[in-house]
Design a binder for this molecule. Structure first.
Ligand SMILES: Cc1ncc(COP(=O)(O)O)c(C=O)c1O
Length: 361
């Protein structure tokens, strides 16, 4: 039985009629940019997160750039960011005029720690981008205690919780989300959000996403055209009430892998202390990850090495990483492998995946 890496369609099946009806409603309403659906989604997403403000933007990459700009990051500044993440976490920095400074991660959780961030700080550090990688939740309180504003890149962690039950995305000064279709809360195209408790930051984010203007008459900042579409917002409103159940399904899928004995064969994902993850990707570690990937592929099991070349060694980033040495990042880049994960992964599918892993050993 083949098992796909993702299953974005099955979880939506029970709501398909609601989604298509909503899409028609928006088309009929004729308001497509920053209308009532975006406003309602922003209100509902903020309420879900228990945060003061949520602002819809065009995607998770813009969300990061705009969050940094709203914090006052600009030319001459440095922003610390992990290298072991999706490229966009770092790519969002240079458009502000600041330079990325790459830090290492914990070799087990794959998230940054206060120690790895501290090692990258300089007097020019203006912000830290902390990534809740794979749906884990990084130890943000400890990192925030270093005294530098934290931008929490929660693109992969919608539905997760940090210590004290606080929602992923609300643990730093500003949080950012991506609603890319395969994400935990996926749209039907691109989308993103910036969230914060700080009213002034929220106001700057609102201006920045709209050409630096409050009223389309006076333009106070050089901003962006980066808005969440009305149609995407409307569809996200249908999905949002199900996010917690899906996150639960992702944790249940992880528990199935454990119960099937996957940990006897490969390194399992390690939860950051105090976190309740919402596994966006289920990423195992193995010294011969490429061989394992080939065997799984032959057995019809979805698998992918997402970050074999870590961000600081990508051609466009090399200029900001001369002599950068990140041993845990290099080790994880070599050994990680994502295997199937979805909110609806069945016991039979988990057993099939674990049998294929066992057979490859
Ligand atoms: C950790 C991380 N940050 C940022 C992004 C960028 O989001 P988007 O693709 O919506 O621009 C993504 C996903 O694509 C991501 O996984």
């Amino acid at each position: 039985m083949p098992v796909p890496l993702f299953d974005t369609r099955t979880p939506l099946q029970p709501f398909w009629h609601e989604l298509t009806a909503k899409a028609v409603e928006v088309l009929d309403a004729g308001s497509y940019i920053l209308g009532p659906e975006v406003e309602a989604f922003e209100r509902e997403f903020a309420a879900y997160l228990e945060v003061g403000h949520a602002i819809g933007v065009a995607n998770g990459t813009d969300a990061l750039t705009i969050a940094l700009r709203a914090l006052g990051v600009g030319p001459g500044d440095e922003v610390v960011v992990p290298s072991f993440t999706f490229y966009a976490s770092a790519e969002a920095i240079p458009p502000t005029g600041a330079r990325p400074v790459f830090c290492d991660v914990d070799p087990e959780t794959a998230c940054v720690t206060a120690e790895t961030v501290r090692a990258a700080l300089t007097p020019r550090t203006k912000a830290v981008i902390v990534v809740d990688l794979f749906g884990n939740v990084a130890p943000i309180e400890e990192i925030a205690a270093l005294g530098i504003p934290v931008v929490e890149d929660a693109a992969q962690a919608a539905g997760a919780r940090g210590p004290g039950g606080r929602r992923a995305g609300t643990l730093g000064a500003v949080g950012t989300f991506s609603f890319f279709p395969s994400k935990n809360l996926g749209a039907f195209g691109d989308g993103g959000a910036v969230v914060t408790d700080d009213a002034e930051i929220a106001e700057r984010v609102r201006m920045l996403r709209f050409h630096g203007s409050r009223d389309k008459v006076s333009f106070e900042l050089v901003g962006y055209n980066s808005r969440l579409d009305e149609l995407q917002a409307a569809l996200l409103r249908v999905a949002l009430p199900h996010l917690d159940a899906w996150a639960h399904g992702r944790r249940a899928a992880a528990a199935l892998y454990e119960a099937e004995g996957l940990g006897e064969h490969v390194g399992l994902p390690v939860t950051v202390e105090g976190a309740e993850p919402a596994w966006h990707l289920y990423v195992i570690r193995d010294q011969r990850a490429d061989e394992l990937a080939a065997a799984l592929k032959a057995a019809g099991i979805g698998q992918k090495a997402y970050y074999r070349v870590p961000t600081h060694r990508q051609p466009a980033m090399a200029q900001w990483a001369p002599g950068t040495e990140l041993p845990a990042t290099e080790e994880l880049a070599r050994t990680h492998l994502a295997i199937p994960m979805s909110p609806v992964l069945s016991e039979a599918q988990a057993a099939e995946v674990v049998a294929a892993v066992r057979g490859a050993k």
